[in-house]
Design a protein around this ligand. Structure first.
Ligand code: HPA
Length: 234
């Protein structure tokens, strides 16, 4: 048990998929895993452990933003021995060449700040995905016929960003999309010798202002879960 996870040690698998939304964790576990069991519900943050093609997997919510993800990822790694952590979530596109529903596999994640800033201090650390996971996820997404983009993303501390100049600079520097968690996940994984990746679907577009219709969100999310599972066990 930890302050935020009531699971017994051994209840959490070495491979953990982390959607932001706890109800997405429930849906994904019930849809894709055999024998999913609820292992956490502290503060409504749901985690389930089951099997996918015989492999043990936990699907656990991260909450929104890096401070929330940091709490769960730290506890999953330090107390429960998680070794592979894959964020599955949505993002806002920052390039004209990226479309709604496209899949983004994040090679790096820029940020203004992360919870790890306190220990990295003056270092502009470059949070980076695990290469083996990244390669396997790209192959899995291409195998499904998804439009997949591989490159840098931006992990923001705000959803309601009042800095249009920042979006402009991100776009100018080739950043594919914005979300709110990956930079800290990659940094924590590196610090603890774990593998991490973020697989994202584009839910909205910052340049064209298009958005994924609510009825399409489930199927796009399902494709991402399968890509993450295939990458984890490739
Ligand atoms: N900003 C931050 N996070 C996001 C967005 C966004 O526009 N879309 C999906 N996640």
């Amino acid at each position: 048990m930890t302050p935020h996870i009531r699971a017994a040690e051994g209840d959490i698998a070495e491979t953990v998929l982390m959607p932001g939304d706890p109800l997405r964790a429930k849906w994904a576990a019930e849809t894709f895993l055999d024998g999913p069991e609820l292992v956490n519900d502290v503060r409504g943050m749901l985690g389930f452990t089951g099997r996918w093609r015989g492999n043990r997997v936990t699907i656990h919510g991260s909450g929104m933003g890096m401070p929330s993800l940091s709490i769960y990822a730290n506890e999953l790694i330090a107390t429960y021995g998680a070794k592979t952590l894959i964020r599955i979530g949505s993002c806002g596109a920052m390039q004209e060449s990226v479309g709604i529903r496209d899949v983004i596999v994040a090679m790096t994640a820029s940020s203004i700040s992360t919870p790890s800033r306190g220990i990295l201090r003056e270092v502009n650390y470059a949070p980076c995905a695990d290469w083996g996971l990244l390669r396997a996820a790209v192959a899995a997404a291409e195998g499904k016929g998804s439009a997949v983009h591989v490159g840098g993303i931006y992990s923001s501390d705000v959803f309601y960003d009042e800095r249009p100049d920042l979006t402009e600079q991100m776009t100018r520097h080739g950043v594919l999309a914005v979300e709110m968690e990956a930079a800290e996940l990659y940094t924590l994984a590196a610090r603890h010798g774990c593998r991490a990746l973020a697989v994202l679907t584009v839910s909205d577009h910052l340049l064209t202002h298009e958005a994924l219709p609510p009825e399409d969100r489930q199927s796009s999310f399902g494709d991402m879960v399968e890509v993450a599972l295939e990458a984890a066990f490739a």
